[in-house]
Write a protein that binds this ligand. Structure first.
Ligand code: ADP
Ligand code: MG
Length: 631
């Protein structure tokens, strides 16, 4: 017989809190809003950090968190970590990202969805994340002394760069864990909320988040207690994992040298070495030297080295530099100078490294906000947002931004952008379009994402067709297109022909996601194609070409003087002089002109040489050299 929900008429009827969950690549945390502040919830041992690790035991039961992490050494092939790096992506994306993962990743049988190969089974990262979220929910239930079934709503944070597919997949994981996601919040935005910066004066905030797997830099602006994210940038291959990898590589080299064995060839040794490297790294955050040691008696390996903090700093300095480069970009995107920043917020376990903190502070010229535990900040912020949604007045409203522009294809393969990159979301944009061909009764809409002008250079998100347009001469139909981007970054596109009322729409749920690398490289491409860059590149290309042609002509100059007709020789000589004069200049037009003339006037010489070469049977390569490439 179906049971009715329980009704509590006697006990206190305090509403169940909304869980704030930081579902991290490395670690997850859960917090709630209580009274007038957020609180992180710990497990029965008083530990709040829940490693985002899941392991399957011999009898196929699942362990999560610290226990799973411990198993990564004894059962590395049955333990999965960093599932967040795979979620919502295809195996191809993962390959392209060149991530160092200790397990094999392949697509699901029926679609491009990255799965982890475990023996003869494929495990989806959604399932792994669901286990982590369930564990977080159970941890909260225990800490709050409330039944798990009471806790079924959550605010979950995601990296600012997560695209639709990654957000969808995260939402699915939550659903599997019995949680309804009330809101997804970008991690940096949560961080600012955690510091209560919404209560301050008008200010501009740089959030620098260096965690285990991802790096995010974001600029937020606070106006009258309202946050606006001005810009975000990030890198998935930058974080504590990569720092560990650098130490592991260093150790492996030493071990190979001393013991003649490569520990990286054995997956269990590899996991053990990673843990040792991470321990050493953390110790170096506290002291100026730390031991990195690795013992594997079975394999006959005993190795140790004392690492100096300054050597460690030199090892990670390129990574820190890279992160600062992103900060520079993000400021540029936000249209700000470093001096315009009022606050600096450091987030993520890796910002406990003194060198990281110092480097960022010195770059920004400001001390970072302090007081909160860097690895708890995001969960605390999620709990603040949870409080807002549950009706608490925390005087904050969230606005996030879209990382890439969204638009539709127009005639000639060009893109008409409706939502521009870094637009605050949720948002709505509309634009009117018309037809190109007489009597067109159906119109195709192709939705794309990217910063470039041509469809071919952007990413296709989906297509839909508007049918039932009454036949009219081209240009007469009025078709209104509306883009709606909701708070979770999910896009709906609607098209409606005004006279007939014919309408069609699409909700974009891509088959698999856009990797952060792709977002980065698309942005980079756009930057590189800015007009000034294009001119600079053209000048430099022309100079290179000019130089190549000049060099090959000079090589044969005496032959030219000897054997060319006097007309040809004079023309060539003058062309060389003009080219020499122009070579230092920066005018693309002049360079193009002298290059053209030089190639033209060198043609008789090229012919002459070809004839000579045919006679002397010298290699083809020289012909190319003489002609100067493609002329
Ligand atoms: P994520 O958000 O990616 O899950 P976290 O913010 O929890 O990650 O950060 C985890 C990373 O922080 C790990 O790489 C971990 O080794 C590193 N970390 C944690 N504590 C320290 C420390 N004291 N010193 C240096 N790195 C640390
Ligand atoms: Mg994090």
């Amino acid at each position: 017989m179906p049971t009715l929900p329980s009704l509590n008429l006697l006990g206190d009827t305090a509403p169940a809190p909304v869980l704030g969950i930081d579902l991290g690549t490395t670690n997850s945390l859960v917090a709630v809003w209580e009274g007038n502040a957020p609180r992180v919830l710990s497990n029965e041992h008083g530990i709040a950090i829940l490693p985002s690790v899941v392991s399957w035991t011999e009898d196929d039961s699942v362990v999560v968190g610290g226990a799973a992490l411990a198993r990564s050494k004894i059962a590395p092939d049955k333990t999965i970590h960093s599932a967040k790096r795979l979620i919502g992506r295809g195996a191809e994306d993962i390959q392209k990202a060149h991530l160092q993962l200790p397990y094999q990743v392949e697509d699901a049988k029926d679609r491009p969805m990255a799965m982890v190969r475990m023996g003869n089974r494929l495990i989806s990262p959604i399932e792994v994340s669901a286990h982590v979220l369930s564990a977080a929910r159970a941890q909260a239930s225990q800490a709050l002394e409330r039944p798990v079934s009471d806790l079924n709503t959550a605010v979950i944070t995601v990296p600012a760069y997560f695209d639709d597919a990654q957000r969808h997949a995260t939402r699915e994981a939550a659903k599997l864990a019995g949680l309804e996601v009330l809101r997804m919040v970008n991690e940096p935005t949560a961080a600012a909320l955690a510091y209560g910066l919404q209560r301050g004066e008008s200010s501009r905030i740089l959030v620098y988040d260096l965690g285990g797997g991802t790096f995010d830099a974001s600029v937020l602006q606070l106006e009258d207690g309202v946050f606006r994210v001005l810009a975000t940038a990030g890198d998935t291959a930058l974080g504590g994992d990569d720092i560990d990898s650098a130490l592991v590589a260093h150790a492996a080299q030493g071990i190979q040298k001393k013991c003649g064995l490569n520990p990286l060839e054995d997956s269990s040794a590899c996991s053990a070495l990673r843990l040792a490297a991470e321990r050493c790294k953390k110790n170096l955050s506290e002291s100026t030297t730390a031991e990195l040691s690795f013992h594997d008696p079975e394999a006959g390996i005993a190795w140790r080295e004392t690492i100096q903090r300054k050597d460690f700093e030199a090892l990670i300095s390129p990574m820190v530099e890279r992160s600062l480069k992103y900060c520079k970009h993000v400021l540029q995107d936000a249209g700000l100078q470093i001096e315009d920043l009022d606050e600096l917020v450091l987030v993520g376990g890796s910002t406990r490294i003194p060198f990281v903190r110092q480097s960022v502070e010195s770059y920004v010229g400001k001390e970072a906000q302090a007081g909160l535990n860097p690895d708890e900040i995001v969960a605390l912020g999620a709990a603040v947002q949870g409080g807002v949604l549950a009706g608490a007045n925390v005087n904050a409203l969230l606005l996030d931004v879209t990382p890439l522009s969204l638009g539709i294809e127009t005639v000639g393969g060009t893109v008409s952008k409706l939502v521009h990159r870094n637009s605050p979301i949720p948002c709505r944009a509309t634009e009117g379009f018309t037809t190109f061909v007489d009597g067109q009764s159906a119109v195709k809409f192709h939705v794309v994402q990217g910063e470039r002008e041509l469809v071919a250079d952007c990413r296709s998100l989906g297509e839909f067709i508007l049918k039932g347009v009454p036949p009219m001469p081209a240009g007469l139909p009025k078709i209104g297109v509306e883009f709606t981007l909701d708070a979770d970054g999910i896009l709906r596109v609607k098209a409606k022909e005004e006279r007939s009322g014919a309408a069609a729409s699409i909700e974009i749920k891509p088959k698999h996601g856009l990797t952060d690398e792709e977002v980065e490289s698309m942005l980079k491409c756009a930057w590189e194609n800015a007009e000034s860059d294009m001119q600079a590149r053209r000048v430099s290309d022309l100079k290179t070409e000019l130089e190549t042609v000049l060099r090959s002509v000079r090589k044969n100059i005496s032959l030219a003087e000897r054997e060319l007709s006097s007309n040809h020789w004079t023309r060539l000589r003058e062309a060389i002089e003009d080219a020499d004069d122009a070579a230092d200049g920066d005018s693309p037009n002049t360079l193009q002109a002298v290059l053209g003339e030089l190639e033209e006037s060198a043609y008789p010489l090229a012919e002459l040489l070809m004839n000579n070469l045919a006679r002397e049977t010298v290699t083809d390569r020289k012909v190319e050299e003489i002609i100067g490439g493609e002329s």
